[in-house]
Design a protein around this ligand. Structure first.
Ligand code: AMP
Length: 408
């Protein structure tokens, strides 16, 4: 029996999925949140095993509990109680490994890695590059190891897939000594999703990954785009941190760095103010007043001009990156859209590629507008470039990579 527990830990919450890797089906998933607050919350969803031919995501039931959860260790106790009370039984489906999402692996980690005490020290040390994320990921690792001490724990890094970037793509044109001293370079993020989607896309079109030039747009609350040549990431829009690149829910993406000097000097903003501005109060939220793409779309429908501008800026940037990445790759075979906006907003997909007919990209409006759950083609049969919607599944990718690392 090969069952993997996948953990995605934040500072005051963690998500989990128990996945049966023989069939790659989810047995249960859950969220433990408000850790450290007076009242915490645990939500646990049991997924019924698929009847023959039925959908494997047939939801059985969701259970909720509210209780104090002082720390991550207590959180894993709450999770184990949820399994005991609601199933499936961890005794009958014992995890053979635990896979952890870790945001920053720096230049040190380029593949999924079995977590030893030394790896924990390295993840901790990399907190200088991801002060919000790595400590929270590590808190989850430490607590999960206490809860499941007898199985291997594996770190799967968001940055790892992008360790193949050529130096011309990852180097910022600043003072080289300073950059080296502080490890200032492009790392890229969402790597687990870009890897999963590019592999699923290659399988869908029935061509070897190694032969394909691909562009993957991961458009969620955070958003990034990656150029993938023969299965390797060769260019990506997020940089030292997940702030660079596309317009996001609350993040600005690309701005002239001098905007910061200007605001510091003229608006007396501190470094922390500017960090907060660009990470939490910009993007769709900054222009349109909402970070949620559905709200922005609804406002566009109502004729709200701020929302329309946000949409225009969002799409303008997607087009610029699409064109640039086609140029970097020297052509493209497959373009995929994934994550909340990418999977659900046909208007964004159409607008992003609208001007690229000259590059052999032709979207079929009917296919693009049709609702669907699985991987699907939205380009015309005549389009030289295949355009796909590919639902991402980062948890499954983490589970797969966990097994790879454990197999050594
Ligand atoms: P994610 O980070 O992948 O969960 O994506 C979150 C983003 O996807 C939010 O901006 C949502 O508004 C957007 N989103 C989710 N569902 C839809 C939908 N049906 N249509 C448009 N946007 C959506």
């Amino acid at each position: 029996m090969s069952v993997v527990l996948v953990v995605n830990s934040g500072s005051s919450s963690f998500k989990y999925q128990l996945i049966d890797m023989r069939t790659e089906t989810v047995l249960a998933s859950g969220l433990v949140e408000r850790i450290g607050e007076p009242v915490g919350r645990s939500t646990h969803t049991v997924v019924a095993p698929p009847a023959d031919g039925a959908s494997p995501t047939l939801l059985d039931a969701t259970y909720e509990r509210e209780l104090p959860i002082p720390d991550h260790t207590a959180g894993f106790g709450v999770m184990i109680d949820a399994f005991a009370e609601n199933g499936p039984s961890l005794a009958e489906n014992p995890p053979t490994a635990v896979g952890h999402r870790v945001v920053h692996g720096g230049a040190r980690f380029f593949e999924p890695t079995v977590i030893t005490p030394l790896v924990e020290i390295n993840i901790d040390e990399l907190s200088v590059l991801a002060p919000l994320h790595n400590p929270a990921n590590l808190a989850g690792i430490v607590a999960a190891k206490k809860a499941f001490p007898d199985v291997p724990h594996v770190a799967v890094f968001d940055t790892a897939f992008h360790q193949t970037l050529p130096r011309a793509a990852y180097t910022y044109a600043i003072d080289a000594e300073l950059a080296a001293a502080h490890r200032i370079r492009r790392y890229g993020f969402h790597g687990t999703s870009h890897k999963f989607v590019s592999e699923a896309a290659a399988a869908f079109v029935g061509r070897p990954l190694t032969e394909l030039k691909q562009i993957v747009f991961h458009l969620g609350n955070g958003a990034s785009v990656t150029a993938i040549d023969g299965g390797s990431s060769v260019e990506t829009s997020m940089g030292l941190t997940p702030l660079e690149g596309l317009v996001m829910g609350t993040r600005s993406g690309d701005v002239d760095p001098a905007v910061l000097f200007q605001l510091a000097r003229r608006a007396n903003m501190t470094i922390d103010d500017l960090d907060d501005l660009l990470n939490k109060r910009s993007g769709l939220l900054g222009i349109a007043g909402s970070a949620d793409f559905r709200d922005v779309s609804a406002a566009v429908e109502r004729g709200d001009d701020d929302a329309l501008l946000a949409f225009e800026v969002y799409v303008h940037r997607l087009r610029a990156y699409a064109g640039a990445y086609i140029a970097q790759l020297g052509g493209v075979d497959v373009i995929s859209f994934t994550a909340g906006v990418g999977e659900n907003a046909p208007v964004v997909r159409a607008a992003a590629l609208e001007t690229l007919g000259f590059a052999g990209i032709e979207i079929d409006p009917e296919r693009n507008g049709a609702r669907g759950r699985g991987i699907r083609r939205i380009s015309t049969d005549d389009s030289q470039v295949v355009v796909l919607v590919v639902p991402t599944n980062e948890e499954l990718e983490i589970a797969r990579q966990t097994l790879v690392a454990v197999a050594g």
